[in-house]
Write a protein that binds this ligand. Structure first.
Ligand SMILES: Nc1ncnc2c1ncn2[C@@H]1O[C@H](COP(=O)(O)OP(=O)(O)OP(=O)(O)O)[C@@H](O)[C@H]1O
Length: 446
């Protein structure tokens, strides 16, 4: 039998707490004096059930509300003086955040029933909150359990150990910068700086001096010597996002740096040795840019010895429930008070959507839905998803289109069934063995 653990917040100490809830055989009770102490305890261990013995001279209702909102994984029961219940703010707080409440003096037997019921419900809902589970199981910041993400993490692990340039490709919002950070953090350079610059966001007139620095007097306005970002990244990694937008003359300078490990500042004549690992990313097709003469072929080959592809979210829809859960927990403090989770219908609608903006779009939609939702669960309409995914022109041949339709159907069916293979196989009209074979073919993990 599991130990029933109770966190009791009592402004007047444990004697008062015992007077309120009586003896609780079978319960392991931790009594704290205030919200601050409760926060501390909850930051170290999870309690499925909490008892709030309200005293009107304690924390204000706004602070209690904030606290309960942040700790919504615990099921809270309150005990209040009857006159306090006339306050509209307190009534709202009770309705939104408590599973039950009692007036003083609380009837010990009724209170024990409430606590037992809350414990049962907390056990059903898995007493460990998802964000804690993830934190302990996860060594990587790249979340997901799909085969594609597991492979990406393994790939990053291997490449991180080699001190060579890396080219990361992937659609916008799919997690390229996150992959770059992960590479850095898992490399021997982890204790050095990680400096990121978006080559498309800096004007061509400035980017040379931004990257390589300049000497005093080298151009109007250059009143002092300035170190560039490459120098600043020495001992660590520099992440050049949208590398396809780097002007051609700078491509030559970058190539020289990759070959000789030295740079010249703008207007400078002396070489400066720089020890920075170059990680680049692009969402455009670089071989095509090379073919069109917009990107140097020699630089492309130097950068792409270790390519990493971050898969778009539509190729790993089986990760949607997990990612949504993590986003829900990360932004729990912003959610509307009555909101408890995401409905099955919303998860189904998400599985049908193609997510052109990838994980960034998922974060934005879930976060907005958490604020605007009016029911206890996020419903499909809260996500404001376009009814059908954007219509993409067919760029692939019929064979590839068939393959990607097959992969999408499998991914969606697994997401709908909560990764239940038998159910997904039934829905798809194939045997379990065939589904396993198709999943292996498309690198989809159960
Ligand atoms: N697998 C993942 N797990 C957790 N968070 C993720 C994952 N993938 C992406 N994100 C989050 O999604 C957001 C977008 O990711 P990121 O900025 O790395 O994308 P990007 O591909 O570099 O986008 P862009 O091309 O627009 O620069 C970030 O908040 C990032 O933390």
């Amino acid at each position: 039998m599991s130990v029933k653990r109770l966190l009791c917040i009592s402004g007047e100490g444990s004697a008062h707490a015992r007077a309120c809830h009586g003896e609780l055989p079978g319960w392991d009770v931790c009594v704290v004096e205030n919200i601050a102490a409760a926060r501390k305890v909850l930051s170290q261990q999870h309690y499925g059930v909490g008892l709030l013995l309200d005293s009107s001279d304690g924390a204000g209702d706004a602070e209690i509300e904030r606290f309960l909102r942040q700790h919504h994984h615990t099921r809270w029961i309150g005990v209040f003086d009857a006159p306090r219940l006339d306050h509209p703010a307190l009534r709202e707080l009770i309705a939104a955040h408590l599973v039950d409440f009692h007036t003083r003096p609380a009837d010990a037997l009724r209170l024990k029933h409430s606590l037992g019921h809350a414990h049962g419900m907390a056990t059903l809902a898995k007493t460990t909150p998802p964000h804690r589970r993830q934190a302990s199981e996860r060594a990587s910041h790249i979340d997901g359990a799909s085969r594609a993400i597991v492979r990406l993490r393994a790939h990053i692990d291997k490449i991180a150990a080699i001190d060579a340039p890396v080219l990361i490709s992937g659609e916008s919002g799919s997690g390229k910068e996150l992959a770059a950070q992960e590479l850095h953090l898992r490399s021997q350079r982890a204790s050095g700086p990680f400096i990121a610059i978006n080559c498309a966001a800096v004007s061509p007139a400035l980017i040379h001096s931004e990257l390589f620095g300049h000497e005093r007097g080298s151009f109007t306005g250059a009143t002092r010597d300035k170190q560039g970002l490459l120098e600043a990244a020495s001992g660590g990694s520099i992440f050049l996002d949208e590398i396809g937008d780097l002007p051609l003359d700078l491509q030559a300078s970058l190539l020289r740096f990759l070959q000789e490990r030295v740079i010249y500042r703008v207007g400078g004549t002396r070489t400066i040795a720089v020890d920075a690992r170059v990680i680049t990313a692009t969402h455009v097709n670089l071989p095509q840019a090379v073919a069109e003469g917009r990107f140097r072929e020699d630089l492309y080959y130097r950068l792409s010895v270790f390519p990493i592809r971050v898969p778009p979210l539509r190729e790993r829809k089986e990760d949607l429930p997990l990612l949504t859960d993590l986003i829900f927990n990360k932004y729990a403090a912003e959610r509307s008070p009555q909101l408890k989770g995401v409905s099955r219908e919303a998860l189904l609608a998400m599985a049908r959507y193609e997510w052109p903006g990838n994980v960034r779009e998922l974060i934005n939609r879930v976060r907005r839905a958490m604020v605007l939702a009016e029911q206890r669960l996020i419903m499909p309409e809260d996500l404001d998803l376009p009814s059908a995914g954007p219509i993409c022109p067919v760029k692939e041949g019929l064979g590839s289109s068939r393959l990607s339709a097959e992969r999408t159907a499998i991914g969606e069916s697994l997401a709908r069934s909560g990764n239940n293979i038998s159910q997904a196989a039934r829905e798809l009209g194939v045997s379990r063995m065939t589904l396993y074979r198709l999943m292996a073919k498309h690198a989809i993990s159960p």
